[in-house]
Design a protein around this ligand. Structure first.
Ligand code: CAA
Length: 391
């Protein structure tokens, strides 16, 4: 399949690539080492419209398609996977759900702020005892007539300390199991919201990840997204799109590792020739390039299906599981190609390798992606024609 990018898609790709090289690259090693949140860089990303790429222009977004969004995430992640996930969470996990299912009031009050980057958002689904098993929500949103009273703890929340708006998934009617779950917008400065310490992570270290505690948090009923009991479905649909964002991040990390490896392999000499002339290295580069291309095709296909209004959950899961495994495998190979230099921070590839790992875990582990894919194909969704052309 050939994806012919439109002029608009090519322009945004170029803008994102230029931004990543000129704004994200300086200081990326130090931000990673010292867990420094890229405050100024996020401001600039917001000014470029990157925080609400798929949001209707009426509510401050760029109104662009998912493919454009994936292309931008990929370009940022080639250089700085932390910046990519900060953007991805805001777009896929927060803005998308409000844009798609929010009330007019929620859109006017919150979506405009989220899509302009004036407010960051976070998506609060995971709990200490509810990660992969997302229906086991222990956070309670008690129905008190005109408001909900929220109590519980959320874990591993990306954008946790910077978000001003939390999209909280909580149980209102435990007897109804997942059908009793609601999605509720909570302002971070509401009394009773307590943000935990920043996690000291292996990778994506300049993005902020925290736990969040809700202690008797009062939230008006009008902040519930969609009808009563729609929260779990909203979370699942949101994650279908989120997985496209993570797949794009993984493709970017892998493509970044490939770029650095190609450069190094042409410059570094052993036994009198560039190491690229040794078949052992050239074949590694060939495998990297091939699998990065496969991952990108799966990614673009999932984005295309979403943009065309077709079912995309399985395609997103395929893109995520494949791209994240390619990212892990080939960042490790990139370190190997760089030898001792690959093992030190200055050469970037060890950071890419650490960043790659999380793409196999968040927004659904590789095991969950395989569960989603296997359930879908066992129901008969084995083959979908993919000979479509974009543009
Ligand atoms: N779209 C719409 N509805 C869906 C759906 C989807 N993709 N997937 C499931 N549902 C619906 C089902 O139809 C069902 O509804 P009905 O009963 O009305 O038919 C309901 O949801 C329950 O579905 P299942 O019976 O399939 O539920 P399950 O308990 O077997 O779980 C699961 C399914 C796929 C394993 C799901 O729990 C899952 O995706 N788990 C992983 C969660 C995850 O990705 N967590 C990451 C957290 S986000 C994050 O990482 C934070 C961050 O900051 C980056």
């Amino acid at each position: 399949m050939i994806f012919k990018l439109t002029e608009e898609q090519q322009a945004i790709q170029e803008a994102a690539r230029d931004f990543a090289n000129t704004v994200l690259l300086p200081g990326v090693i130090e931000r990673d080492r010292s867990m420094i949140y890229p405050q100024d860089q996020v401001k600039q990303m917001s000014a470029m419209g990157f925080m609400g790429m798929m949001v209707d222009p009426e509510f401050g977004g760029l109104g662009m398609d998912t493919l454009s969004y994936a292309i931008v995430i990929e370009e940022l992640a080639k250089i700085d996977a932390s910046a990519a996930i900060i953007m991805s969470v805001n777009n896929s996990l927060v803005a998308w759900g409000i844009n798609e299912y929010g009330s007019q009031l929620q859109k006017e009050k919150y979506l405009t702020k989220i899509s302009s980057g004036e407010w960051m958002g976070c998506f609060c689904l995971s709990e200490p005892e509810a990660g992969s098993d997302a229906t086991s929500q222990k956070t309670i949103a008690e129905d008190k007539g005109d408001h909900y009273l929220i109590n519980g703890t959320k874990n591993w929340i990306s954008n946790g300390s910077t978000a001003k708006l939390h999209l909280v998934i909580a149980q209102t009617h435990p007897e109804l199991k997942h059908k009793g779950i609601n999605a509720i917008l909570v302002e971070a400065d509401t009394p009773g919201v307590q943000i935990g310490a920043k996690e000291d992570k292996m990778g994506i270290r300049s993005s902020d990840t925290t736990s969040i505690m809700y202690n008797d948090v009062v939230v008006p009923k009008e902040n519930r997204i969609g009808p009563e009991g729609f929260g779990f479905k909203l979370a699942m649909k949101t994650l279908d799109g989120g997985r496209i964002g993570v797949a794009a991040q993984a493709v970017g990390i892998a493509a970044g590792a490939l770029q650095l490896s190609l450069k190094y392999a042409k410059e570094r000499k052993t036994f009198g020739v560039p190491i690229a002339d040794h078949q052992a290295i050239a074949f590694k580069l060939a495998d990297m390039a091939t699998e990065v291309e496969c991952a990108r095709q799966l990614l673009y296909h999932a984005a295309y299906l979403k943009d065309k209004g077709k079912e995309y959950g399985k395609a997103a899961a395929m893109a995520k599981v494949f791209a994240s495994e390619v990212a892990m495998k080939h960042t490790t190979e990139a370190v190997q190609i760089h030898g001792g230099y690959g093992y030190v921070k200055e050469y970037h590839v060890e950071r890419l390798m650490r960043d790659a790992k999380i793409t196999q875990i968040y927004e659904g582990t590789s095991e969950i992606q395989r569960l989603v894919i296997s359930r879908s194909i066992l129901q008969g969704n084995v083959y979908e024609p993919i000979f479509v052309n974009n543009g």
